[in-house]
Structures are given as structure tokens and as C-alpha cells.
Design a protein. Structure first.
Length: 239
């Protein structure tokens, strides 16, 4: 049994009730597999009859992410749609960490995918499920940055034009962590070594963690981005 959060705030309570009414009790969830998106999912279960989660992978096939998504699917008895994130497309077309001009030419000729954004993904899902007015929840906290704090306070944790909202946007970090602990759910495995979920385009912040603890996934990352390891070397030289 999964325990739902006991904590809420007036702002997030009213926000979720408002969106549930507008969205007829159905919403999408952009599930990054991080702690904020997991807490958002738990919060949504108090207000929505149907939640449709989807995961946009920056590198498809990461073992640590796939195994965790499979675990959450089993425990919450809900399929998580697997999609390709727009940041993978953008990184490849801009030749991020690519090795030779020939690699870049191959990308330009064979990876001919139109540019798209998260909003395009949402529109695709609305058409796929025939839910043209459905809103999408995102696990975002106003405490992540000053800009996000200002934005969330100004908008009340929602974007009317995009039909997106943030179910836990004003929760103190301690309450968010308490909700996850009390839920009985495991958090993503990388939280043993980092403070954030991993899964984006390779960065020096997380490359060493992947090399040490997820070597199979590090090898996969280098197949997509052959020069990712150079970033580590450069960081070491500058330190």
C-alpha cells in the first residue's frame, strides 16, 4: 500500500482542485523519475481519477532509469509512456560531444527528426488520448531558483496557455522528503550518490557518478556522445 501525503498547502490544494475540475479528473504527468515528480504523482492521486504519466529520455536505454520506471509502474500499477526528450534531439543536431566531422555528417543525414519541444510532446499526447483540454502536471519546486520562485508566486503554480501546473510547487523541502519517506516508495537509485536525478545530456556534475556506480550506462552515454569524457578531463585540468 502506498501512503499519500498528509501535508498540503492552501495554494497547492486549491490549485489541484481547480485543475481537476477543468481537466475533468484526468491529467498528464511529466515524470522525470526524480523526487519532485514522484511527490507530484502522490499528490495528484488525491485529486485525479486518472493520471497518465510519461517519461522523456535524454538518452534512451539508461539501465538505472529503466529499472526504476519499471519498479514505479509495478507499485503504482500504471504504465509510464516512454518518449524521446527534445534535449537529445537538440544536442545531436548541435553536435554536442561528437568526435569527427564524419560523425556530424552522419547525424545530419540520418537523424532527420523535426525540431520539437515539451509543448509539442503534450499536444501529441492530447491527440493520442483524445484529451484536447487535459492539463499536464510537472514536478517543479519554487525553491529551486529565484526565477522559479518569482514565476510560481506570480502565476500561482500554473500556466494557463500551456495548460501545465505544479502540484507541489510551494512545499518546503522537508515536507516533500517526509511525504516520500512516508509513502513507502523507493526513490531513484542515483539519490544514493547525488542530490538530483540523472538522465540528461552528459555533464561533468554527474559523469563521475555514472562512471563509478553505473558503468554500463556510462558506456551507453559515450555511444551517443563520444567526447563526453573529455569534459571530465577538462574539469580535472582546471581544478
Amino acid at each position: 500500500m502506498v501512503n499519500l501525503p498528509l501535508f498540503t498547502t492552501t495554494a497547492t490544494d486549491e490549485l489541484c482542485k481547480e485543475v481537476a475540475k477543468k481537466s475533468h479528473g484526468v491529467c498528464f504527468l511529466m515524470f522525470s523519475h526524480g523526487k519532485d515528480s514522484l511527490c507530484a504523482w502522490l499528490q495528484l492521486r488525491k485529486y485525479f481519477q486518472r493520471i497518465i504519466p510519461f517519461h522523456c529520455a535524454s538518452i534512451p536505454g539508461y539501465r538505472f532509469a529503466t529499472e526504476y520506471l519499471n519498479y514505479i509502474e509495478t507499485v503504482l500499477d500504471t504504465r509510464i509512456l516512454r518518449l524521446m526528450g527534445e534535449d537529445l534531439k537538440m544536442a545531436l543536431v548541435h553536435h554536442v560531444y561528437q568526435e569527427t566531422p564524419w560523425d556530424c555528417d552522419d547525424i545530419d543525414t540520418t537523424f532527420n527528426v523535426p525540431d520539437y519541444t515539451k509543448l509539442d510532446v503534450l499536444e501529441y499526447l492530447r491527440m493520442k488520448f483524445n484529451l484536447p483540454r487535459a492539463w499536464c502536471a510537472v514536478g517543479i519546486s519554487q525553491n529551486d531558483s529565484i526565477d522559479r520562485l518569482i514565476s510560481c508566486r506570480k502565476t500561482g503554480g500554473k500556466n494557463e496557455s500551456h495548460r501545465t501546473f505544479y502540484p507541489c510547487f510551494d512545499w518546503p523541502r522537508e515536507e516533500l522528503l517526509t511525504a516520500l519517506w512516508n509513502s513507502g516508495l523507493e526513490v531513484a537509485p542515483e539519490y544514493k550518490y547525488t542530490k538530483r536525478s540523472m538522465g540528461g545530456v552528459p555533464s561533468a556534475t554527474y559523469n563521475k557518478v555514472m562512471m563509478a556506480h553505473f558503468p554500463q550506462d556510462w558506456e551507453l552515454a559515450k555511444k551517443w556522445y563520444p567526447l563526453a569524457e573529455v569534459k571530465n578531463i577538462r574539469e580535472a585540468m582546471n581544478s
